[in-house]
Design a protein around this ligand. Structure first.
Ligand SMILES: NC(=O)c1ccc[n+]([C@@H]2O[C@H](COP(=O)([O-])OP(=O)(O)OC[C@H]3O[C@@H](n4cnc5c(N)ncnc54)[C@H](OP(=O)(O)O)[C@@H]3O)[C@@H](O)[C@H]2O)c1
Length: 430
């Protein structure tokens, strides 16, 4: 690589303009530290007439070939978004030996293995710190510092929008709809929040994190997810009363050589490290017998944090020499995904019941026959609309699901039972 490093950018919107600004402001520091001068040679946009502060209009193009077909480009920064046509373009660039830095989580969560294979084939590198909790260098920590730490679990609050909504529901007793409207007013939630509140955004991020943590290939389709859009304020309040905090958690575990990754609302005990992560903040808790627990916490990613992570990745590409372990492809141990229901956990179970004589005994009997034991029971109301809330001891999820099938058929059980995972010290000792 020559002293001048030529960069081609695909996209120059919120993140891209942040990259341009940071590269401009830190040019001297970068040159002193790396010995390279970074030059933004070409920038692909849809509208080449729009004003792009800090950029010479002559570098703007609407033709991707000006970047993909130019052998003088050393690194491509993809901050365009979407999986089509970025997927095809990046496979081509990597395969031809051009390293890529991207902030695109949906692309990685769907086509990560193909992109990594193209990088291996082309002797290039793909870096994607900005795709997950960009303000927290979690991928770098997993990929480099904890490469040999045998990570056993990754638990994360990886979506700032949902964490803000749940924090506000708990703090001020707001309904989900009011908390969402407030998040939108404050710019924490998009006008269309479906990806965030439905859990798809967190599932994509967990697919990426678990792939790196467990040295395997996990795609978004391997990650079952449930969001917070169906959650009742009552469950948030009752959880609080019982000493728990409701969070949308990504939970990835490696057990008996198999990987399980999922995203769903979960209860964490009030003294758990993730319980105090409030507002739009993100946090990732890493566990391994070698390093015990490491928690990385920071603000949810905005345009500037994401742009900063992109620039950091560009410098990492410059710093890794061809053939070094950082420059090579990421390892793939080919681990299988765990079978559905194999997960063990404690659970919160809420049942709306008709409070007839013996109903609690019958419900307890059904749970007992399915091998599920009860840690705590709370009863509210009486007559035809009583509410039973139970914390269930840690056990196989398959047994709890089998019990749910039978509970749904009981005439005294009204409405769909609500089942929420409980993590951390709320779980009974295994
Ligand atoms: N914004 C954030 O806070 C944030 C945080 C984390 C990750 N990300 C990720 O970062 C990436 C970029 O996000 P962003 O917010 O910067 O997006 P954005 O503001 O919408 O910018 C997208 C840029 O790509 C260009 N573009 C889009 N489609 C194109 C096409 N088919 N051909 C040519 N140019 C095209 C647009 O051109 P025009 O300018 O001409 O329209 C624009 O410059 C996404 O993958 C996103 O998920 C963003």
């Amino acid at each position: 690589m020559s002293d001048v490093v030529r960069i081609g950018m695909l996209g120059c919107g919120t993140v891209g303009q942040g990259v341009v600004r940071i590269l401009h402001e830190t040019a001297g520091t970068i040159e002193r530290a790396t010995g390279h001068r970074l030059e933004i040679s070409r920038v692909l946009v849809r509208d080449a007439q729009a004003d792009r502060p800090g950029l010479d209009p002559a570098v703007l193009t609407t033709d991707a070939e000006d970047i993909l077909g130019d052998d003088r480009i050393d690194i491509i920064i993809e901050v365009m978004g979407g999986v089509d046509p970025t997927h095809e373009w990046l496979v081509r660039a990597l395969g031809h030996g051009t390293s890529v830095v991207t902030a695109n989580k949906q692309l990685l969560a769907r086509f990560g293995p193909e992109l990594l294979a193209a990088a291996e084939e082309g002797g290039s590198e793909i870096r994607f710190e900005a795709s997950v909790c960009a303000a927290i260098p979690v991928i770098k920590v997993l990929r480099e510092s904890l490469l040999a730490a045998e990570i056993e679990s990754v638990m994360g609050i990886v979506n700032g929008t949902t964490n803000y909504i749940l924090s506000e529901m708990r703090r001020s007793g707001m309904t989900y709809a009011d908390a969402l409207a407030q998040a939108q007013d404050l710019g924490y939630a998009e006008a269309d929040p479906t990806e965030d509140v439905g859990g798809a955004d967190a599932a994509a991020k967990m697919a990426i994190l678990s792939s790196i943590a467990f040295h395997t290939r996990v795609l978004i389709d391997d990650v079952p997810y449930t969001g917070i859009d169906e959650l009742q304020s009552d469950d948030v309040d009752i959880a609080h009363e019982l000493g728990f905090v409701m969070k949308l958690l990504g939970i990835a575990r490696l057990a008996d050589g198999a990987v399980s990754v999922r995203v769903h609302p979960a209860l964490v005990p009030g003294d758990h490290p993730l319980a105090s992560v409030n507002g739009a903040d993100n946090a990732v808790l890493l566990e391994s017998s070698l390093v015990r627990q490491i928690m990385l916490e920071g603000p949810g990613a905005g345009g500037t944090e994401t742009a900063s992570a992109v620039v950091g990745d560009v410098l990492s590409v410059l710093g890794s020499r061809p053939g070094s372990f950082l420059g090579g492809a990421l390892a793939d141990a080919g681990r299988p995904m765990a079978a559905e229901g194999a997960l063990e956990s404690a659970f919160y179970l809420r049942l709306e019941v008709a409070d007839r004589p013996g109903v609690l005994a019958r419900i307890s009997a059904v749970l007992g026959e399915c091998g599920v034991s009860i840690l705590t029971v709370l009863q509210r109301g009486e007559g035809e609309s009583a509410r039973l809330v139970m914390i269930l001891h840690r056990g196989p999820e398959s047994q709890v699901q089998a019990a749910l099938v039978r509970l749904r058929d009981m005439p005294e059980v009204r409405d769909e039972p609500v089942l929420i995972t409980v993590v951390g010290s709320g779980e009974a000792p295994s």
